[in-house]
Design a protein around this ligand. Sequence first.
Ligand SMILES: *[C@@H]1O[C@H](CO)[C@@H](O)[C@H](O)[C@H]1NC(C)=O
Ligand SMILES: *[C@@H]1O[C@H](CO)[C@@H](O)[C@H](O)[C@H]1NC(C)=O
Length: 489
Amino acid sequence: MEGRSGLTLLFTVIALFSLHFRSCHSSSDLQILTADRRIDLASHIIRVALVLKLEVKLFEKPLAGAYVFDAGPLLQVQNDGASPASNVLLAFPPTQAKHLALLQAAEVTGKKKKKTLHPLDVKPSDQADGPNGAKFFSISLRNPLSIGGSISIEVSYILTQSLEPFPVEISQSEPQLVLFRDSSSILSPYPIKQQTTVVRTPSTRVESFTRVEPSSQLRTELKYGPYESKPAFSYTPILVHFENNNPFAVVEELVREIEISHWGNLQITEHYTLVHNGARHKGGFSRVEYQSRPALSGVSSFKHLVAKLPPRVHSVYYRDSIGNISTSHLRTSYSKSELEIEPRYPLLGGWKATFIIGYGLPLKDVLFEADDGKRYLNFSFGCPIAETVVNKITNKVVLPEGSKNPSVVVPFSVERRAETKYSYLDIVGRPVVVLEKENVVPEHNSLFQVYYEFHPMFMLAEPLMLTSVFFFFFVAALAYVHMDISIRK
Ligand SMILES: *[C@@H]1O[C@H](CO)[C@@H](O)[C@H](O)[C@H]1NC(C)=O
Ligand SMILES: *[C@@H]1O[C@H](CO)[C@@H](O)[C@H](O)[C@H]1NC(C)=O
């Protein structure tokens, strides 16, 4: 009898511990007070801004006796700093997680004009997937949140390839209609007390949208909510069918070579495979109609694109497999250069164009010396063409011959490899730092740095080699002349 009750006690303790352990690691103690989401569907790149006000909820009055013991230690654990609210989880449906190009979060302090943003770390969570395969991302807070404490967080994320053309094929005279799918309520592992979602469309031409009361359309905005007290993982599918004639410009692949020459120049060569990723074009194409009625014919096509290049570019060229394309205009100003490129034919849905853009830059604009004597390149990572998605970008930084120990600073995760490039007069070859990234959007156009060690002696290698080659020829010629004479004798 004694032993059995002892055993029961032990089991109760274990049960309590496991309960306690579970609540420590579950996130049910957080709740969202208000959530405001703005989904911008103006282009083919979907930008979402989410403002959350979160609070660590006090435990409700326990009903069962066992919970009395559970609530106590949990409070203590939180005061110990091992609080479960040092992370906030974000949930995404699996299809959105797959097309997530960028995800950023910041803590907001102060109000309105005195608002300050403190960037927070966000990474994929190692927690198992949620209901319906929901994927989690974890935001690390600057300071753990104590019970009753609240925090405001601004989250912004970008989705690519998430607008589905419908109809899938259109003729030259038809506008492009697309479908966007999401949920009227925000997917979250926490209950949300009050939330609103606003979906912005490029024009008032909305064919249809799912109504989830209260919902309304005001000009180019569809408003869902406010919805009150939604439990965790609430999901109500919505479908918005609307007109979007913006260029669905997708670069399937961009290979950029950035070559540093210590003789004063940086040479950039960019190889593009560009595709119109919207509704596929069907039927014939009439250039006469296209040119005479631009407002009605091929409205979703694009004729030209603008590449933003650094100021002081020189020797700019734009060519394809046939040769130089002269229909490009370069405008330069003090702060930037704009290259307007026009492929040989307008790009209609599903059409492709491959071309190369090249330009040079003065080295002093992009190459610097660090305090420790290393040199570094400070250059923009992404694609210079406005509003394009790049499925895969490869940046190849070709360092001068003789450079050593390259290291890279990039503000987001990239794949890195090393190659060697040989050109004229190279003896050991030039080290190449190759950086690859998939699903790249204009927001990835931030600066990155490649640091390397370089001994100035190496700059003399090529001239020395040239001199020695000439000297060798000279000696050889001299010997030949002498030999010639000796034979005649
Ligand atoms: C193309 O343009 C580049 C740069 O302006 C020039 O060097 C090259 O000779 C041109 N090629 C042809 C075939 O016109
Ligand atoms: C890179 O250049 C930008 C301006 O073009 C500058 O603000 C930034 O500090 C530079 N980064 C480094 C590490 O020098």
